[in-house]
Design a protein around this ligand. Structure first.
Ligand code: ADP
Ligand code: MG
Length: 357
């Protein structure tokens, strides 16, 4: 198991990774996704784990062994970067065999392993092709095969699919998940794609400003983000205050069932969290926008008709929540667009809200 303990990495005086602790490869986190805004230190952390950046503090161990004096090529970690970084002068098979030759695999065994990997990544019989002739998706498959070939004890993937278009990315994400499970290699994968994180990972670590803000299963992370900032990063664009009593959270948007003890909380809302139905809290339609999932309807709620709301807020820019006491506007998702100015009834979908805290 990889254990990152209080690791700090600096570039000169700038601290890029600031006291990060994280385990990868335990029974409950074979694959961990690392999620976080651009510049928060994800790549730096990966490079430090790989031995490509020196640690200013803390340590990285694998199965209890401190890796401080173990150089990158002896760590037995496979690394895949965003742009593959293939060797242009070698063909596909030559790229995949690279690590095998370094490890002194006998020629026949290496050739067999290359064939096995070509099969695994969906490029059977393509060994003799020039990598410069491959599409972006094929290049990333070769990069993955090259990293997997020497049977690494850990795979580090830095946004391996982000340079690809949407359709290809979805397909490759599915393949990558299958390959990681089949090969049984623990992995830490940096991504900025939430769907990818949920699809691939047993655990998701949210990083922010050089620190780990939360580590949880995908389901729990999206249900219970620890702070409003994490909730915002996960796509909850509005926050409302709520009082929980006997499993029911009451806010300006009415009552909704939650799994939480009695007390004051905030609820994180995304468009799908608010539904338009025949009964509920009255809201006035501001405007509607068609989306791939239905119609996104901006509604304004003057005051909740149920319970005793204690205040509401919307996420105020990138730095957190600004609480305001007055009416709020939230996005609801519907099948058809009501007329602007029409009064509708809204309610919260308990499966699509976050309880913050
Ligand atoms: P992420 O991968 O999350 O986008 P990075 O790890 O690449 O973030 O960068 C973290 C911070 O460190 C950023 O502020 C970035 O500008 C800085 N940084 C990254 N690489 C270097 C470098 N080689 N020299 C100096 N600063 C760097
Ligand atoms: Mg990066």
């Amino acid at each position: 198991m990889l254990r990152v303990e209080s690791v700090r990495v600096r570039y000169g005086r700038r601290v890029a990774v600031d006291g990060v602790s994280l385990d990868v490869g335990g029974d409950d986190a074979r694959v961990t996704a690392l999620l976080g805004p651009s510049g928060c230190g994800k790549s730096t952390l990966l490079r430090a784990i790989a031995g490509l950046e020196p640690l200013a503090a803390g340590r990285v161990t694998f199965d209890g062994t401190d890796l401080r004096s173990v150089p990158t090529h002896r760590r037995r970690f496979g690394v895949v970067f965003q742009d593959g970084q293939l060797f242009g002068h070698r063909d596909v098979a030559g790229n995949i065999a690279y690590g095998l030759a370094r490890q002194g695999w006998p020629r026949a065994a290496a050739a067999a392993r290359v064939e096995e990997l070509l099969e695994l990544v969906g490029l059977p019989g393509e060994g003799r092709r020039a990598v410069t002739r491959l599409s972006g998706g094929q290049q990333q498959r070769v990069a993955l095969a090259r990293a997997l070939a020497p049977r690494p004890r850990l795979l580090l993937l830095d946004e391996p699919l982000s340079a690809l278009d949407r359709q290809l990315r979805d397909r490759l994400a599915g393949d990558l998940g299958r390959i990681l499970r089949e090969e049984g290699i623990p992995a830490l994968i940096v991504t900025h794609d939430h769907d990818e994180a949920v699809e691939l990972a047993d655990a998701v670590a949210v990083m922010d400003g050089g620190r780990i803000a939360q580590v949880d299963t995908p389901a729990r992370l999206w249900r219970r983000p620890r702070t409003a900032r994490i909730a915002e990063f996960l796509g909850y664009s509005s926050v409302v205050a709520a009082r929980v009593e006997r499993g029911q959270a009451t806010s300006l948007l009415g009552p909704v069932l939650v799994n939480a003890p009695d007390g004051q909380f905030h609820l994180g809302l995304r468009p799908g969290s608010v539904v338009i139905q025949s009964r509920g809290v009255r809201a006035v339609v501001r405007h509607s926008v068609p989306t791939a999932d239905g119609v996104r309807i901006r509604v304004r709620i003057e005051s909740g008709t149920v319970g005793g709301p204690t205040g509401v807020g919307t996420v105020g820019g990138p730095t957190g929540v600004g609480t305001v006491g007055g009416p709020i506007e939230v996005d609801a998702l519907g099948d058809t667009a009501p007329a602007d100015g029409e009064t509708v009834c809204v309610a919260l979908d308990p499966r699509r809200i976050a309880l913050i805290g």
